[in-house]
Design a protein around this ligand. Structure first.
Ligand code: PLP
Length: 381
């Protein structure tokens, strides 16, 4: 029989699987499930991006692309990052099939067995898995008791990090909380990173989706340019989840290491998808703003609706998620809410936040209303 490597034994399949399996089963039985468990925008990819992909295929961009990315796309990414205050050139980039691959290559390049990685909980599920796959050890700082904000938790972070800390992962706006960290919080991260010589991953994939606050790029802060790995992608801002396009922006030394993993595994991101990415970066301001505004309206509506049922939430300033406080046993709550009310949510435990469920408001206002009504009718609030 096959003998499997230790590394795959260290990780579990996605904890959301049980919920999505149950949701599919209910749907197959003809039940109308309101699915608030999904992490993708409910909008089509902007039409001109689709046209650009077709044009690129017609123009013959169907062969291998340069491993680290198509030069014209790299130039467009440099322009975006420069506007965000990041000092970056094409030599600082690897274009990847999705931000997930960008994160994977980064963690594999930085973390050896036993290296310490600090996560801010609740955290997106794949950070933990990636660290475990690399053999790293996890050290977690809990933001739940601070309304998911980092600034009031800086003392806890200072206690958690040391000269042994190799890597810290920051994700603002955050999945699953929607929190956008203040400049003071990011400056606090900078001070600790400099003091203890820590590399920081800044996952900025939700940077275009903020509501009345500004997202600051960590790498734009003094002292952070040479120790930050900025990760971004096209899935969320441009509703391009299935296209698989993202990137790493980092000091050249990391790019040359991660570039080896990249070239020996995926070779490159898809050639014509990269050409479409140029269109997304340069000519979709109106569509991006429409989606952003829709998320903001839904956030406002949800916060109001929940308040009517005396459910108090930490109001998210970005992304399209919010955390609902529920029973201690959030897994049981989520399973029961799905079975009785046919509303799918993700248990907070999956993100290191027991006592909460994550809801995604990448759903129409009508469906969001329906979900709240059903949960209320079935006694979940
Ligand atoms: N980072 C965060 C915080 C995410 O929520 C996601 C997607 O859910 C990703 C990275 C990966 O996005 P993709 O691989 O689609 O670019």
């Amino acid at each position: 029989s096959m003998e499997f490597a230790d590394r795959v034994g260290r990780v579990e399949p996605s904890a959301t699987l049980a919920i999505s399996d149950l949701a599919s089963k209910l749907e197959a039985e003809g039940k109308d499930v309101v699915d608030l468990s999904v992490g993708e925008p409910d909008f089509p990819t902007p039409e001109t991006v689709i046209e650009a992909a077709k044009d690129a295929m017609d123009a013959g961009h169907t062969g291998y692309a340069p491993s680290n990315g198509v030069p014209a796309l790299k130039d467009a990414i440099v322009e975006k990052l420069t506007a965000d205050g990041i000092d970056c050139g094409p030599e600082n980039l690897i274009v990847t099939p999705g931000a997930k691959q960008a994160l994977y290559e980064t963690v594999q390049s930085l973390i050896d067995d036993g290296d310490e990685v600090v996560l801010l909980d609740p955290a997106w599920v794949s950070y933990e898995a990636m660290v475990k796959l690399a053999g790293g050890s996890l050290n977690r700082v809990d933001l739940a008791s601070h309304d998911f904000q980092l600034e009031p938790a800086l003392d806890d972070l200072a206690d958690a990090v040391s000269d042994d800390t190799e890597l810290l992962v920051v994700n603002s706006p955050s999945n699953p909380t929607g929190a956008v960290y203040t400049d003071a919080a990011l400056e606090g991260v900078r001070d600790l990173a400099v003091e203890h010589d820590i590399t920081v991953i800044s996952d900025e994939i939700y940077d275009e989706i903020t509501f009345g606050v500004e997202q600051t790029s960590l790498a734009s802060l003094d002292g952070m340019g040479d120790r930050t790995v900025t990760i971004n992608g096209f899935s969320k801002a441009y509703s391009m989840t299935g296209w698989r396009l993202g990137y790493i922006c980092a000091p050249e030394a990391l790019i040359s290491q991660a570039g080896k993993l990249h070239s020996h595994s995926v070779s490159s991101a898809v050639n014509f998808v990269q050409h479409a990415g140029i269109e997304a970066l340069q000519n979709t301001d109106d569509e991006v703003e429409e989606m952003r505004a829709a998320f903001e309206e839904r956030r406002d509506m949800l916060v109001d609706l929940l308040a009517e049922h005396d459910v108090d939430v930490a109001v998210p300033d970005g992304a399209f998620y919010m955390m609902l406080p529920v029973d201690d046993d959030d897994q049981a709550w989520a399973e029961a809410a799905l079975e009785d009310a046919h509303v799918a949510t993700v248990p907070g435990s999956a993100f290191g936040a027991p006592g909460y469920v994550r809801i995604s408001y990448a759903a129409s206002e009508e469906r969001l209303r329906e979900a709240v009504e059903r949960l209320a009718e079935n006694g979940y609030f």
